[in-house]
Design a binder for this molecule. Structure first.
Ligand code: 16G
Length: 245
């Protein structure tokens, strides 16, 4: 089960073992998992290493501690707003959590034919690209590749720190762009190796692949974002009205 000679650190192997138990339902949501001591005996590893693995899974929200009782499989899932146009920062604020980002890359590029169709601009026009890992209370939630029409927000990348600032906020405050509507698609697939490492999920874990085209008040397309959300941390809920009413 745990291979001390494998290149992967032992605590990572323990994490994977526990995540697999959760995935397979062996450890069900809300269940107490075996104690550190029991795990160290079952897996023939030292207790400190088990503790390190558990601490990380607590940090990523897979497990939670009930003081004096033990460690439990988390039930907490994030609701995704499906009826209102909100930013990641706003969604986290509504949940009482702190949004932050790690900027993975940013820069200007020239629109390819496909991008020019998506953003309704001429081929070769300037596009602002921002790739961010989005975190909620330091837990990685999503990777977002955002593209914006530079003509609407010239100089966006100068003087802003998108590891701390909200993009929608900056668009409104500095460029008076009020985002009024978005078209969104949601699909499912498996995490790539890069995504699983950035989002701290297993390679086989589900990803919610989301695209969003966001419109300004004049009907102009301002933003196109492709996101990879950690599927295991989300619950999609919507209020449905009868089609016959
Ligand atoms: C949301 C949007 C994303 C937008 C971002 C702005 C989805 C699927 N995506 O995450 O398109 O760029 O918010 O967030 O909801 P910010 O204002 O916090 O930077």
């Amino acid at each position: 089960m745990i291979d001390a000679n494998a290149p992967k650190p032992i605590y990572e192997q323990i994490k994977e073992y526990i995540l697999l138990q959760i995935q397979s339902g062996e450890y069900a949501q809300g269940d107490r998992i075996p104690s550190e001591r029991a795990l160290s005996e079952t897996l023939h590893v030292n207790r400190q290493t088990v503790k390190k693995a558990l601490d990380e899974l607590i940090h990523t929200g897979h497990l939670s501690v009930q003081i004096g009782k033990g460690t439990y499989v988390s039930q907490r899932k994030f609701d995704m707003q499906l009826e209102t146009l909100t930013s990641f920062t706003e969604e986290m604020m509504q949940r009482g959590q702190r949004a932050s980002s790690r900027v993975l890359s940013q820069g200007i590029s020239l629109a390819t034919l496909a991008e020019s169709h998506l953003l309704q601009m001429p081929t070769g026009a300037s596009i602002v690209n921002i790739v961010r890992l989005r975190l909620a209370d330091d837990m990685p939630m999503a990777i977002e590749h955002t593209q914006l029409v530079e003509a609407y927000c010239p100089g966006l990348l100068n003087g802003h720190d998108f590891s701390a600032e909200s993009l929608y906020d900056v668009l409104l405050r500095q460029y008076a762009i009020r985002l009024v509507r978005a078209e969104q698609t949601i699909g499912a697939r498996r995490a790539t190796a890069e995504e699983s490492s950035l989002l701290d999920v297993l390679p086989e874990d589900p990803i919610l692949a989301i695209t969003r085209i966001t419109y300004g008040e004049r009907g102009q397309r301002v933003e196109f974002t492709r996101s990879a959300y950690a599927g295991t941390r989300y619950l999609l809920q919507a209020v449905l009205k009868s089609a016959r009413a």
